[in-house]
Design a protein around this ligand. Structure first.
Ligand code: ADP
Ligand code: ASP
Ligand code: MG
Length: 580
């Protein structure tokens, strides 16, 4: 008999009425002949309430005790769902993460699943029971209760489906699928019938709350069929698959807003190899994720490094940065809140010209000032003042015509990357390849005017000249914009900037020395803080300077001096035990 895993989020179990609807969905699947494992979240608001209780006592609760506390939210829900199933005439048994055998590491409040023992669930299923599992929690090897991070009942569901080799994992929520943007912020967002792993992985990682990004990592690695749909309607939902048919001409298929981020700048760092590695490594060691890492062009011998960090990690990250400041002899650590990050995501932006220009120009036309830009192969992100976050998201959505995308269907699936037995621990980092591209040149434009529209004007001039940009980075306006282009495009790019009707900057464009791009691809490269630390660490050990960085969940790219490219790629392959 085939197994179906169904996950119900906090709003789906918010009260007795909702829980009855959940029970009805579960029973429907059982009556269709499936064995059903349901996993549920805490009731909406409950996890926040429990965290609030802890914070009334201390602002920095002990992480083990915090896990012990917040895991009770899910424990309430499983019992209530089982009682409802019993009342509706079905046999069901609830299990906590520990009772199931969801074994995690010991990183309290953001633990990762190592493996799942399936014997207990299977034996209950074989007795005809519906099994209801608490989401978001597990137990480490020493028997301590752990939780997996906010929103991570999704991870529980997909990991259970992988471990049980389920036919389908259904994520039931309060919207009827994955939209091109959060429908609460963008009323004309379109529901996607299908979306690829890479795109939803990236969207989830940059703020689309509808799925926890780690759940997509697990789905991609183990090829778990996942569908996101509504608890409250019968509509078909969104299928997550390896590739989508119908989006061949679509550069961007979704946009996301992340409000809960702050920027930290460590200013006045010595400009020497190994400094960026030390910063990224020290933060990664504390399991803190950072992103949009931008180094400014060094003024004489001093450089700044800026990055974004989630608000929940801010105080810990600041403590680490203060230590780094003293250790490395930096001048200051500058935190900046009240910012928002907006990202456009699409596999189709690879090799298409003018995508970043289109986005920046649209924001310029609305008078929205861009404080920071970074790009990777499948993502363009900008930082704006928090008050402009929602308008920025709507503008980006509109400029890529996301309200009228063509229909998409899942393409024939490619085989799974891995069999479960091949990746231990289950949520471990999966690195696939190191690539070297030596055909790159770096252009820098410094001292841009600090007013809306300047980035769009510069990128627009390059797009009009038919020049494809690879990585685009901007920190503050005074530090300017850096782009990488193909070597053969350098002169045309220089000419295009030089002949702009209104000059973009007081100084001519600077063309850097020869550079090479080294990229590491895999799954979950951003969510595993250790991945960037490893890449940076290897380059530091080799004394190789990192000039630019582009990160996404599926790729970390670093720009290094041309002469070091081969060695950087070779050392990374060695470190990551890859033979490609
Ligand atoms: P659950 O409690 O079921 O896990 P969440 O609140 O975590 O639900 O996620 C569902 C919410 O995600 C939706 O109500 C919606 O506002 C938000 N959301 C953000 N981005 C998207 C998107 N691209 N598509 C659909 N919903 C989104
Ligand atoms: N209850 C947890 C949270 O609110 C997990 C989840 O809902 O997925 O973050
Ligand atoms: Mg959720």
């Amino acid at each position: 008999m085939s197994i179906i895993v169904q996950k119900f989020g906090g709003t789906s179990v918010a009260n007795a009425e909702c829980i009855k609807k959940v029970a009805a969905k579960i029973i429907q699947s059982k009556e269709r002949g499936h064995q059903v494992v349901a996993t549920v979240s805490a009731q909406a608001g409950m996890t926040d309430r429990l965290i609030g209780l802890a914070k009334e006592i201390t602002l920095e609760p002990d992480p083990r005790e915090l896990d012990q506390l917040v895991s009770t939210g899910e424990q309430m829900s499983i019992a209530l769902v089982c009682m409802t199933l019993h009342a509706m005439g079905h046999s069901a048994i609830s299990m906590t993460g520990g009772q199931v055998g969801i074994v995690t590491d010991s990183v309290h409040t953001k633990a990762r699943i190592q493996n799942i023992k399936t014997d207990a669930i299977r034996s209950e299923l074989d007795k005809g029971q519906i099994v209801v599992v608490a989401g978001f929690q597990g137990m480490d090897e020493e028997g301590h209760v752990t939780t997996l991070g906010r929103g991570a009942s999704d991870v529980t569901a997909v990991a259970l489906a992988a471990a049980l080799d389920a036919e389908l994992c259904e994520i039931y929520t309060d919207v009827d699928g994955i939209y091109t943007a959060d429908p609460r912020v963008v009323p004309d967002a379109t529901k996607l019938d299908a979306v690829s792993h890479d795109e939803i992985l990236e969207l989830a990682s940059v703020g689309a709350k509808v799925l926890q990004s780690r759940s997509v990592e697990v789905a991609k690695k183990f090829h778990v069929p996942v569908c996101v749909r509504s608890t409250f309607t019968e509509r078909p939902g969104t299928v997550i698959c390896s590739r989508v048919k119908g989006f061949e001409d679509v550069p961007v298929c979704g946009a996301a807003l992340s409000r809960k981020e702050s920027r930290i700048t460590i200013a006045g760092l010595p400009d020497s190899p190994g400094v960026a590695a030390r910063v990224v490594g020290a933060i990664g060691d504390r399991h803190i994720n950072i992103d949009m890492i931008v180094q400014s062009f060094p003024l004489k011998t001093r450089a700044d490094i800026s990055f974004l960090v989630r608000d929940t990690d801010l105080s810990q990250a600041l403590r680490v940065c203060e230590e780094l400041k003293d250790e490395l002899g930096a001048e200051s650590v500058l935190p900046e809140g009240e910012i928002a990050r907006v990202s456009a995501v699409g596999r189709g932006m690879v090799d298409r010209k003018g995508i970043a220009a289109r986005m920046c120009s649209a924001l310029g036309a609305k008078g929205i000032n861009i404080k920071m830009i970074t790009t990777s192969e499948i993502n363009i992100s900008v930082v704006v003042d928090a008050e402009h976050g929602e308008e920025t998201l709507r503008t980006v959505h509109e400029c890529f015509g996301l309200h009228k995308l063509p229909p998409a269907t899942p393409a024939t699936d490619v085989p799974a990357d891995l069999r479960l037995s091949e990746l231990d621990p289950m949520e471990g980092l999966h690195v696939q390849m190191v690539e070297l591209d030596a055909d790159q040149a770096e252009l820098k434009v410094v001292d841009l005017a600090d007013k809306p529209g300047e980035a769009g004007r510069l990128l627009g001039a390059l797009a009009e000249a038919g020049i494809n940009l690879d990585i685009v980075l901007q920190n503050s306006c005074s530090s300017g914009i850096s782009v990488t282009v193909k070597r053969s495009d350098v002169e045309r790019a220089r000419a295009a900037i030089g002949s702009m009707a209104e000059p973009i900057a007081p100084q001519p464009v600077q063309v850097g020395d020869g550079i090479a791009k080294v990229s590491v691809s895999g799954v979950g490269l951003r969510s595993h803080a250790g991945a960037a630390s490893t890449v940076f660490g290897v380059l530091a050990r080799e004394g190789i300077n990192i000039e630019m960085i582009g990160t996404s969940e599926v790729k970390i790219s670093v720009i290094v001096p041309e002469a070091d490219g081969e060695r950087a790629a070779a050392e990374l392959r060695k470190e990551l035990a890859l033979d490609n």
